[in-house]
Design a protein around this ligand. Structure first.
Ligand SMILES: [Zn+2]
Length: 484
């Protein structure tokens, strides 16, 4: 049994017939502990089902049947038979969110750079900046144990918020032990994760060559929650080799593309050389040429935007409309919690309000033509199925579709900040926050139940994370100032 479930409350699964009223049971006593195990059937009953799959459709009141790790049926009404029943009345039942770019190794440094921009600009108030403080100082001091606790805690925190899939951009591969600690942290969090093998800085650093070992040690099977992507940062000398190694291993190549950080000429050269492909995940895509945009679109490359971070940290205008106009796959990503929340309600609201502001501005400015306003359903699409496609995981996750794995979240639509519901995507995008995430399932296994994350002693993990943070602050020579 997975670690995440073996420490859950010792309770006995009851079939619906055991409940006195005959009503589906949702009390902690009926937590379907064996959910996700081969052959075990769980029926999520009577929820507002938002499938994000046009072929399945949506149900004002519908049932989702899960068997073992997979969704087997979605319909207005399904006979439970021998299935354990989860009463989803008053809940929105939808696919878990997909974050296509998150630096989880920085979790212990949350809120440490709330006012920072990406790189220094010569202004005294921006002396503390992300590049110099985070990457050139803090990150240099991580031990493997720091990597592990940061990865685990960050993963659990996002799982608690309904983000069931992540691409973790781990720029912390100072040694093979650091890399293994990333993998272990992702595994122990018990969610679907893409291990992004990015750079490292210590003498023991074997990036990118260690990719071969990592792939064979940890990613030889596709039948697991973890997969791998190769980091190919073009601001690092020798990136050509990282791209080559990644492609030889049949891995997608992901990289930050921030033209305002001096990457535009290199990106143009790569575009000219025909290096872009459908295996590329380009993060941010700010400040780059029209030519590079068109080449990336023609190549079928994917775009991951961290809208609140790009606005806050001066990456440049988030190129939402550009990606949409070119018909590119567009997903959302949280990026760094040292400066912004990793919760996906924040991501969706950042995306939709900025897109609509720009369109509304054009309309008010008298433009003869302007783009269509984004709708709430679109924002959810970018936060779920588009992310799954970008990570090549849409055969497993991103929508509620029979045959896919059961990465499902139940959102409380009767809560004080939402009730009464009059529009499901509207409630999710414009009203909800992480407090509405009631239950979270990954590949059929229940990771959060009725508002409580299962299987981990979060107080203990929090203490370990704070101790790691203290160590890193001390090594970095930075004194903590809670009100700086
Ligand atoms: Zn990033």
């Amino acid at each position: 049994m997975p670690a995440a479930l073996c420490r859950a409350p010792k309770t006995v699964l009851r079939s619906p017939a055991d409940t006195p009223s005959g009503r589906p049971a949702t009390s902690p006593e009926t937590l379907p502990l064996s959910a996700g195990q081969p052959g075990r059937r769980v029926l999520i009953k009577g929820g507002m089902v938002l499938s994000m799959d046009d072929a399945v459709g949506n149900f004002a009141r519908g049932d989702v049947l899960v068997e073992g790790p997979k969704i087997v049926q979605i319909a207005a009404q399904i006979d439970p038979g021998d299935a354990a029943v989860i009463d989803a009345a008053g809940k929105i039942v939808m696919p878990g969110f997909v974050d296509t770019h998150h630096h989880q190794f920085e979790t212990g440094l949350r809120s440490s750079l709330p006012d920072a921009i990406l790189v220094p600009d010569g202004q005294p108030e921006n002396t503390i900046n992300y590049y110099e403080t985070m990457l050139q100082n803090y990150s240099q001091h991580y031990r493997p144990e720091d990597v592990y606790i940061n990865e685990l805690y960050g993963g659990l925190a996002q799982l608690d918020a309904g983000v069931t899939t992540v691409m973790d951009v781990s720029q912390i591969h100072h040694s093979p032990e650091h890399s293994d600690a990333v993998v272990k942290g992702l595994q122990d969090a018990g969610r679907r994760a893409v291990f992004g093998y990015f750079e490292g800085w210590w003498e023991g650093n074997q990036y990118p060559g260690d990719a071969v070992r990592l792939r064979s040690d940890h990613f030889s099977s596709d039948d697991q929650l973890l997969t791998m992507v190769m980091g190919g940062e073009i601001y690092i000398p020798g990136y050509e080799n990282a791209w080559k190694v990644g492609r030889e291993l049949d891995l997608q190549i992901a990289l930050h593309v921030v033209g305002t950080f001096g990457m535009a000429p290199t990106f143009d050269e790569l575009a000219k050389s025909g290096a872009f492909g459908p295996d590329n995940i380009f993060i941010h895509m700010t400040g780059i040429s029209d030519f590079a945009w068109k080449t990336a679109a023609d190549a079928g490359s994917h775009v991951s935007l961290s809208v609140p971070i790009e606005m806050h940290m001066r990456h440049g205008q988030p190129p939402i409309q550009r990606a949409l106009d070119l018909g590119m796959g567009l997903s959302l990503s949280s990026d760094v919690e040292c400066t912004m929340s990793a919760d996906f309600f924040t991501q969706m609201r950042g995306l939709i309000t900025l897109q609509r502001m720009n369109v509304n501005d054009a309309a008010l400015g008298g433009a003869a033509e302007y783009p269509k306003l984004m709708r709430c359903m679109d924002a959810i699409r970018h936060a779920t199925i588009e992310g799954a496609k970008g990570l090549r995981l849409d055969h497993k996750t991103g929508s509620l579709t029979p045959g896919k794995e059961a990465d499902i979240i139940l959102l409380d639509a009767e809560a004080i900040n939402v009730a009464p519901v009059n529009n499901v995507p509207g409630a999710v995008v414009t009203l909800m926050d992480r407090s509405n995430v009631d239950t979270v399932m990954v590949a059929g296994q229940i990771r959060k139940w009725q508002g409580k994350l299962l299987g981990h002693d979060m107080a203990k993990l929090g203490t370990e994370l704070a101790a790691s943070r203290d160590y890193i602050f001390e090594k970095a020579g930075i004194e903590q100032d809670l009100f700086a």
